[in-house]
Design a protein. Sequence first.
Length: 365
Amino acid sequence: MASFTLNVSLPVSLLDNGWMDNSPELLSYEYEFQPEIGEAIDILPGLKWLRLPLPFLLGHINVWLLKDGDGWAIVDTGIFSSASREAWNSIFSSCLGGAPVTRVLVTHLHPDHVGCAGWLCEQFDVELFMTRDEYLLCRILVADTGLPAPHEGRRFYRAAGFSAEQMFRYIEMFGAFGKVVAPLPQAYRRLHEDRNITIGAHEWQVITGHGHSPEHACLYNAGQNVLISGDQVLPTISPNVSVYPTEPAANPLAGWFDSLHRMKTLLPDDVLVLPAHGKPFRGIKGRLDALIEEHETGLQKLRQHCREPQRAVDVFPALFKGKITDDNLMMATGEAIAHLNYLLYEGEVGINTDENGVRWYQTRS
């Protein structure tokens, strides 16, 4: 089964936030205000902006309603909590005017996006739309709920340099994903890369991204020049790019770089970006450049830091400005390994595994 950790009580937001120093560049924001929880703002004809509560640092997630015939399609859903369900029930009565939900679309598998999807599909007897990798991995992670931490996960964090106390924290937290994600429908409709999906009067192109999650779906409406970016592009914070015990040799940062460069070629700079967190903005190409530069800066710091042998837990000061605590330790470890794996695949660092199974990374001379 998949090895994935989530501290439900506080750092669900750590799935969505990078830990590098990220100075937001100048962007053009469309709105100085934002909707209150359970209220809606009309962004464009047939497109509404809503926010749902999150019980951690970010405080909210943006979700979007798209006019779809006589009803509305939902894009992203919030975590599965009583507060989210209460907000949705308020939206149904106050914002939809009695119109039905026609379908549910989810950008990616993280709980603040997919959490209420199964519940909404059941409430309205509608289909779920996701990319295949996101749907299948989400099903696996939900199935892990309540299971003991696997040997592969313990081996992964031992190799990273976890202490006995830190390992206990991992074991304690394992299998919590499904506590904030309603069970998904047993069938779904697949979102395909570069294929259009018709929602109401508009065509939306599916643009997939990698790195933050396996097959993240962004939705681009060229006619209205608007992009629903999910977590792939955020205005003021860097999406987390991590390696998990399920695939310890993964190279998600390479996929992240490829995705951002590709988006620069596909999208006009004046596209209106509707992010999952923060305010709608324009100026995506500058934002993409800043995200790329941020990770490249982190890699350069790692090259210097690893002149002497380092474990994954030893490189945190080179990458992260914020304090690493029990609540964000595993996310920080995943992001550190993502950067180390990138340098490993580029042939810039080597690995030595000691007798205790701990991996030591060192820059090649």
